[in-house]
Design a protein around this ligand. Structure first.
Ligand code: ADP
Length: 452
């Protein structure tokens, strides 16, 4: 079963558990308030006992659901449905007992049964919701009938305006009619809305799957075309090199200049095609290989890759890595490339004599890497777009004419494949800071090996 569906079913059950904690507190406070402030005579002991029972079985459900959540059984939809049914049935019985000990039909809280009907309509099938409504009606009618015939004692709400109505047939008939019809109408309305929402959810899911499939086809197409272009480019470079090197005969300065320009363009195109191939590969690969590696070493390797370029521009790189940062689990090569990419950008978009600061800190289950520069910055309105494929900010184009606009998209793909987060903060003209959060461990069932 899909992980998201599994989680959805358990989460809905847990939602009910959370609501029940609130209900337990609500019952205790209401009893306290009504008995102490309104001075109504209530069977407080019985009511508190029911609240305690509510709390106890809620705890049991909480533990049970936690266990199911961690267990890797393939199909839990049946169990989850049964638990939801059981939870609602027990809640209806508890409410019936609460009502019985606090005035029976005189108690206006009888309409709280409607909440349970709405909850049932959200969690259960239409049929199961109507069955729960019928069960609620049976509980209510049994209570009213048994109290009417004196088989069950009537705990009158003395001091409340409607006390001793439990043996008034007109009152009982009127309230029962309104109560029962309200329950069924509520279930009808809520299940209709739920069914529509479920349908919409289903069609959204289908649309999403279709989009992913289209995206995959597009990526495969890009991959094929890029491969072809790369091959032809290599062939063109192979022809240009001997000519530029004079192997095919002396060139005059005009010819040399033209050949050189053609060579440069071919090199740029190779870089672009490589980046395109890389991001497409990443998108198409279902799993990437992950293992433990030293983050400190990886960061140092990445700095080495850009160090010379920074020195040439008079840019100073400082590095501050928390000593206890240790090992993290991930795709080492990709992480090194991502950090190197951000550092290379910092060098590229910082004019002479600037500074780049790299910091890596331990955050318990994750690490935070920060790369800040004193460069040209990013215009505020363009900041949200810089992680989009091929996007280049307007001020960057002025400083660096050529660029793929793919580096940050690749970085984003890599970080997200590690279930991490990447974002940027910047002030135009003052500098930029890029942040990456990487979990130290990947989730148990996260991708482990490269099958691409
Ligand atoms: P490229 O650098 O090839 O243009 P990237 O995907 O690496 O592509 O970056 C996208 C855009 O984000 C850049 O064109 C630039 O506008 C902006 N950018 C990235 N890093 C920085 C930085 N350190 N300082 C200023 N702008 C940056």
């Amino acid at each position: 079963m899909e992980k998201s569906i599994r989680e959805g079913l358990i989460e809905r059950n847990l939602w009910l558990v959370r609501l029940r904690w609130v209900a337990v507190i609500g019952v205790v406070l209401t009893v306290l308030f009504v008995s102490q402030v309104f001075k109504l005579s209530l069977s407080t002991l019985a009511l508190y006992t029911i609240a305690l029972i509510l709390g106890l079985y809620n705890l049991i459900f909480f533990i049970l659901l936690g266990r199911i959540k961690n267990k890797k059984s393939p199909d839990i939809s049946f169990t989850a449905n049964r638990i939801a049914n059981l939870q609602i049935s027990l809640d209806l019985a508890s409410l019936a007992f609460l009502i019985h000990f606090s005035g029976g039909i005189e108690n206006p809280f009888i309409f709280y049964f409607i909440f349970h009907m709405i909850i049932a309509s959200i969690l259960l099938s239409r049929r199961a919701s109507f069955l729960q409504a019928t069960y609620a009606v049976l509980l209510f009618s049994s209570l009213v009938t048994l109290e009417y015939f004196g088989i069950l004692p009537h705990y009158s709400l003395k001091g409340f305006i409607m006390h001793n109505q439990h043996n008034n047939p007109f009152y009982i008939t009127g309230v029962s009619f309104v109560f029962i019809t309200t329950l069924y109408i509520a279930v009808y309305m809520a299940t209709s809305i739920s069914a529509k929402l479920r349908e919409r959810e289903k069609s959204l899911k289908q649309a999403n799957e279709l989009l992913s499939e289209k995206d995959r086809i597009k990526s495969e197409y890009v991959l094929r075309v890029s491969h072809d272009i790369k091959e032809h480019l290599s062939a063109i470079q192979g022809c240009l090199e001997p000519v530029a090197g004079g192997i095919t005969g002396e060139l005059n300065s005009k010819q040399r200049d033209l050949i050189q320009r053609a060579n440069e363009r071919a090199e740029r195109l190779v870089l672009f095609v490589r980046a395109l191939l890389e991001i497409t590969h990443l998108k198409l690969s279902r799993q990437i290989e992950m293992h433990y590696f030293s983050l400190q070493k990886t960061i140092e390797n990445a700095i080495n890759l850009v160090d010379q370029g920074a020195k040439d521009k008079g840019i100073f790189i400082s590095c501050n890595i928390e000593p206890n940062i240790g090992m993290i689990k991930g795709a080492e090569i990709y992480i090194e490339e991502t950090i190197a990419n951000l550092l290379a950008n910092a060098v590229k978009y910082t004019t002479g004599n600037g500074e780049i600061n790299l910091k890596a800190s331990d955050r318990g289950n994750s690490v935070l890497i920060e790369i800040a520069d004193t460069g040209i910055g990013i215009p505020q309105d363009e900041l949200p777009k810089i992680f989009e494929e091929f996007y280049r900010a307007s001020n960057a184009k002025g400083l660096e004419k050529y660029g793929t606009g793919l580096g940050l998209s690749i970085a984003k793909q890599v970080v997200e494949r590690h279930t991490g987060k990447i974002w940027a903060e910047s002030q135009e003209g003052k500098g930029s800071a890029f942040y990456i959060i990487l979990p130290k461990e990947q989730e148990k069932d996260a991708p482990q090996s490269d099958k691409n």
